[in-house]
Design a protein around this ligand. Structure first.
Ligand SMILES: C[S@@+](CC[C@H](N)C(=O)[O-])C[C@H]1O[C@@H](n2cnc3c(N)ncnc32)[C@H](O)[C@@H]1O
Length: 135
């Protein structure tokens, strides 16, 4: 399936694990911003409290060895990591801890109950201001 197919993802995770919450998820698929965010918002609620969600290779395009002209038309992944950091800082129990390795990020599930019906949105779980203020 494509990782941005919310319905197929939900069906797979609901049936493949017999209704159990999962311990860990590794997203090592497209490394594209929109698809990766879609997968995260769909799957993260199925993680057990204390479980780990790993986003691989978030750093492409930022790394010193990355060819300057490769995937030049694709949005970078770092805005997703920034959003996850804001959710962690919100301290509402959605994300308990957030770790950034140079090649992957680990998002630890907090205790807050999350909807599994596809309505979970990162933007509902942080407060941001000042982005439009000129520096
Ligand atoms: C870096 S490889 C990793 C494969 C596997 N995780 C491994 O370690 O062998 C990325 C994989 O993601 C797949 N992929 C790319 N875009 C995808 C998408 N939108 N949905 C699902 N998989 C995708 C590619 O076909 C490829 O198999």
């Amino acid at each position: 399936m494509s990782q941005d197919d919310r319905q197929a993802l939900r069906h797979a995770i609901e049936t493949d694990f017999g209704g159990q919450e999962v311990d860990a998820v590794v997203d090592d698929a497209s490394h594209r911003y929109v698809e990766t965010k879609t997968t995260f918002e769909t799957i993260f609620p199925f993680l057990r409290r204390g479980g780990a969600y790993i986003i691989e290779d978030w750093e492409w395009g930022h790394a010193i060895q990355w060819p300057q002209d490769q995937w030049i038309d694709r949005p970078l992944m770092s805005p997703l990591l920034s959003e996850l950091m804001l959710v962690c800082g919100h301290q509402s129990g959605v994300i308990a801890r957030f770790e950034i390795d140079p090649a992957f990020a680990v998002v630890w599930r907090g205790d807050a109950p999350l909807p599994k019906d596809g309505s979970f949105k990162l933007s509902d779980h942080y407060i941001a201001r000042g982005f439009s203020v000129p520096l």
